[in-house]
Design a protein around this ligand. Structure first.
Ligand SMILES: O=C(O)CCC(=O)C(=O)O
Length: 270
């Protein structure tokens, strides 16, 4: 497990952010950034990555996706189609655990650690990575919360990088600002609009910091290429990574850890 140890942001640091509702670029101190996150559950930092940071990431993503492109739908839905009803046409990849150099470098980005500390405090952990390929022509990702909202302090922080511009056809990421304080997402359609939602189309190099209890979805990818986000989920000290075992959807829950629990030594038949 890797724990971020980079220096904290000085109180004098200034962040360029886009408040989610207006998108109007503004400057924020660490304290203001934290207030904005507490209020909305989402903070957008445009141009967080310099343009020259992007080509190595794009190359690694293309290399990973090329050999799996033909079996994308099967991979997204599970071998027996067991996940199809959740309408998440995505393929996940953890390049940091695989020690992919481009992603290991990004994961260790000092400014990323500093802004994370502003939101989660010191000694947060960021044990792995989650690249999400929304498959070409797929339905994106249904409305969900990354973990059960009943335990208010037990949440993941999504640190989402976009290696390419996300345009309307690629699948905007849609969020409901403030919904991290509203409890469980109400039942309803997977892509049915929710009052107060905002559709985001981040430009390449943007960092979106998203509280795991915020209601969010990714719209359909209507293009012929995968749409990609790079997520380095982080956890405040004392919050285990397995808060993300149970994902909350409008028509049920998915246990993402079921298989690993079944194979864990403590679960072996006696
Ligand atoms: O790909 C995105 O824009 C959002 C990813 C997402 O929904 C998630 O990581 O839970």
């Amino acid at each position: 497990m890797s724990t971020a140890t980079a220096a904290a942001a000085p109180a004098s640091a200034i962040y360029t952010i886009q408040p989610v509702e207006t998108g109007r670029v503004t400057q924020a101190t660490p304290h203001e950034l934290r207030e904005e996150f507490d209020r909305a559950g989402v903070v957008i930092l445009p141009d967080f990555l310099r343009p020259d940071a992007l080509p190595p990431l794009r190359a690694a993503l293309a290399e990973h996706y090329r050999p799996i492109a033909d079996k994308a739908a099967e991979m997204a839905h599970g071998r027996t189609g067991e996940r199809a009803r959740f309408e998440c046409d995505v393929i996940a990849w953890d390049p940091v655990t695989e020690k992919n150099a481009a992603f290991v470098a990004l994961h260790g980005h000092a400014a990323l650690a500093a802004v994370t500390e502003v939101l989660l405090g010191p000694a947060f952990t960021a044990p792995s990575s989650l690249v999400m390929f929304s498959i070409a022509g797929g339905r994106g990702q249904a409305w969900h919360q990354d973990c059960p909202p009943e335990h208010v302090a037990a949440f993941n922080l999504n640190r989402l990088f976009y290696p390419d511009d996300v345009n309307a056809d690629d699948g905007p990421v849609v969020v409901v600002p403030g919904s991290h304080r509203r409890g469980r997402i109400p039942p309803g359609g997977h892509q049915q609009p929710i009052d107060g939602e905002v559709a985001l189309t981040p430009r390449a190099g943007t960092l979106v910091l998203l509280h795991g209890h915020v209601y969010h979805r990714v719209m359909a990818n209507r293009t012929r290429r995968p749409r990609t986000s790079i997520n380095f989920r982080a956890y405040a000290a004392g919050v285990p990574k397995d808060v993300n075992c149970i994902g909350i959807y409008r028509n049920g829950e998915i246990d993402f850890c079921e298989k690993s629990r079944r194979h864990a030594p403590s679960m072996a038949p006696r």
